[in-house]
Ligand binder design. Structure first.
Ligand SMILES: Nc1ncnc2c1ncn2[C@@H]1O[C@H](COP(=O)(O)OP(=O)(O)OP(=O)(O)O)[C@@H](O)[C@H]1O
Length: 591
């Protein structure tokens, strides 16, 4: 009866599509007959542990009663992963009968209605991801689920107050782009504004709306597109900056005008009139997109403002770029990471740039300048060079060319899976990144400058899926003189590179299943599940399992817990090139 019930659940979920292909059958056994997407206990092989159904293109409904009201499944099911399907309808309160659930991932579907209160009784839950759906109504209070580590609900239509959470336990939390109102809960500084953005009625210290009254404009407007939200919240900021600048320039006008000598290849902003004019223009006609924020600290620190300047490195893309061009240009907030924010800027001549604003980097201005100049002298085809930089005591700005084709992260994990991402492309990206890192590690060994923040969102791609490593050397201090710290910085890059290999091979997020990807792959390989770890699309494409296993072995070496045991980037690159050459030979022999 339990098996029939599971079959019914899957039939409804899939909208009766593709069952033949999925080898489900009302008379066969989900475990013995290896129903696709159904993962059973590896020891007994007779109880269902996981439903791993991400990206199956299902468009049916989630019938919680078929799934959770029968002991056969409910007693053992720990994971439901339905990410990236087209499933609609509501989730009924019977979901709470799946008592063992540790991970529920409904993200990237069309679920609607409210989230049942009963979810709060799932006290084994560690990951709840309901992001990118059409859920609405109030969020239930989940604060009693003491083991909850990940809660993601961005891009829905939830309303009312953000309920309390046990923030000290949460590792990931996001309720951005909903319709929440009131004050944000106290997160004990665990989460920044990026977890709450895009809720125009929500206010809090870190948010554009500090007090409820600041929302009036946004509330009056019925147009709640995200762009509008950003625009409204920017008004106040631009206004303040403009006033600060005005006071500054008026005061300065009284004094003898001191002309700042710009260093080599530098556009100094010594023209008071044009700078204040450009600020006025920018506040008038763009109403303060989030852009101007990256100049906020500059305005606050007036003396630093005068003594620093935008250093434009030689590049035809930004010949003669001036600081005021950046001020004047429309900009859009692309992201707020741990280390700062990133803005997309459109120059008057149509050139697209990104400006990375780094805060709280404890590096002296002179070391920073030296480092940037050094990095600029080194070129590699798989490395995205900085075009310009700016620094003062509080912050550093880096300018890069905008890459339209997005990042490796987006290609692997984005909700729109429009682009096929086959094995050869993945292998070639791995090889390109390995080569560029090998080269950089060799060039910068003596200076101790590693990448420091390597991850798939920092690997940008061109139209031919060739990788560009961005943000090399933007983290960490100058480690000259301390060989063990230096070695660790490079070995940390090797680890991060290993994680990227794992993402390429598994298609999974770095934080998944409640544990990190490296730990998960380790245990899967130990339990001889090796083939289970690979991205399903690679298997169905018919990619060589042998070469995938070889690449997995390189990845596992790179993510060794002990830094000394990891290979150097050079050794990793040699191993990957051997796999790549084998792949090329096999393609030629097939032809
Ligand atoms: N030059 C670029 N062109 C296009 N998109 C970019 C460029 N640089 C970064 N991005 C994308 O913009 C988004 C935000 O970048 P950002 O660097 O702020 O995020 P992050 O790398 O996750 O954070 P952090 O580097 O602070 O840890 C990412 O999705 C990233 O892939």
């Amino acid at each position: 009866e339990g098996k029939r019930s599971l079959f019914n659940f899957l039939a409804k979920l899939s909208n009766n599509n593709g069952q033949l292909d999925l080898v489900w059958n009302s008379t066969s056994d989900p475990c013995m007959d290896h129903w696709r997407g159904v993962i059973c206990d590896i020891q007994t092989n007779n109880s269902v542990r996981k439903l791993d159904l991400n990206g199956f293109n299902f468009s049916g409904l989630f019938d919680a009663s078929s799934l959770c009201n029968v002991q056969y499944v409910a007693a053992s099911l720990t994971v439901i992963n339905l990410e990236g399907n087209n499933i609609g309808g509501e989730i009924s309160s019977e979901i709470a009968n799946c008592k063992q659930l540790a991970r529920l991932d409904l993200s990237g579907n069309h679920f609607s209605g409210s989230l049942p209160e009963s979810i709060s009784s799932l006290n084994n839950l560690t990951i709840l991801d309901i992001s990118n759906n059409n859920f609405s109504g109030f969020l239930p209070d989940l604060s009693l689920i003491s083991g909850l580590r990940v809660f993601l609900a961005q891009y829905n239509q939830f309303m009312g107050n953000v309920p309390p959470f046990d923030f000290s336990n949460l590792e990931q939390f996001n309720v951005s782009y909903n319709d929440f109102s009131g004050s944000i809960p106290v997160t004990k500084s665990r989460f920044t504004e990026s977890s709450f953005l895009g809720n125009p009625k929500l206010c809090g210290d870190q948010l554009p709306n500090k007090f409820p009254s600041a929302n009036i404009e946004a509330e009056e407007s019925n147009d709640d597109s995200k762009e509008q939200i950003l625009m409204y919240s920017g008004y106040a900021i631009v206004g303040l900056i403009f006033i600060a600048f005005l006071i500054y320039w008026l005061r300065k006008g009284k004094n003898k005008r001191e002309k700042v000598e710009a260093p080599n290849k530098v556009a100094s902003f010594d023209d008071t009139i044009s700078i204040s004019k450009s600020m006025a223009e920018s506040s008038e006609y763009r109403g303060g997109d989030s852009k101007s924020e990256f100049f906020a600290a500059s305005a606050a620190d007036q003396s630093a403002l005068v003594s620093s300047s935008l250093v434009v490195l030689t590049s035809p893309v930004v010949n003669g770029l001036k600081f005021e061009d950046l001020l004047r240009a429309p900009a859009e907030l692309l992201g707020r990471g741990k280390h700062g924010s990133l803005y997309k800027i459109t120059l008057e001549n149509g050139v697209l740039l990104v400006v990375k604003r780094i805060k709280d980097w404890e590096i002296s201005s002179s070391d920073f300048k030296l480092r940037m100049q050094r990095l600029h002298q080194v070129e590699h085809p798989n490395l995205l060079p900085a075009l310009a930089f700016y620094c003062n005591k509080e912050e550093k700005l880096l300018v890069y060319e905008y890459q339209r084709n997005g990042s490796l992260f987006r290609l692997l994990h984005g909700t729109r899976k429009e682009q096929k991402f086959d094995w050869t492309s993945r292998l070639f990206i791995a090889a390109g990144v390995a080569e560029a890192l090998t080269f950089m590690h060799q060039e910068f060994r003596d200076y101790g400058i590693a990448h420091g923040n390597l991850k798939s969102s920092n690997i940008l791609l061109n139209r031919n899926l060739e990788p560009y490593i961005s943000e090399y050397g933007l983290m960490g201090s100058d480690n000259r003189g301390s060989s063990s710290i230096t070695l660790n910085a490079f070995k940390a890059d090797v680890y991060a590179f290993g994680v990227i290999l794992l993402e390429l091979l598994t298609g999974k997020l770095v934080q998944n299943e409640g544990v990190d990807l490296a730990t998960w792959v380790y245990s899967a390989v130990r339990e001889e599940w090796t083939v289970e770890v690979f991205d399903r699309s690679l298997i169905s494409e018919g990619a060589s399992e042998g070469r995938m296993v070889n690449l997995l072995q390189v990845a596992v070496k790179c993510v060794n817990r002990s830094p000394e045991a990891r290979p150097s980037m050079n050794q990793a690159a040699v191993m990957i090139n051997a796999i790549k050459e084998e792949e090329e030979r096999s393609v030629i022999s097939e032809v």
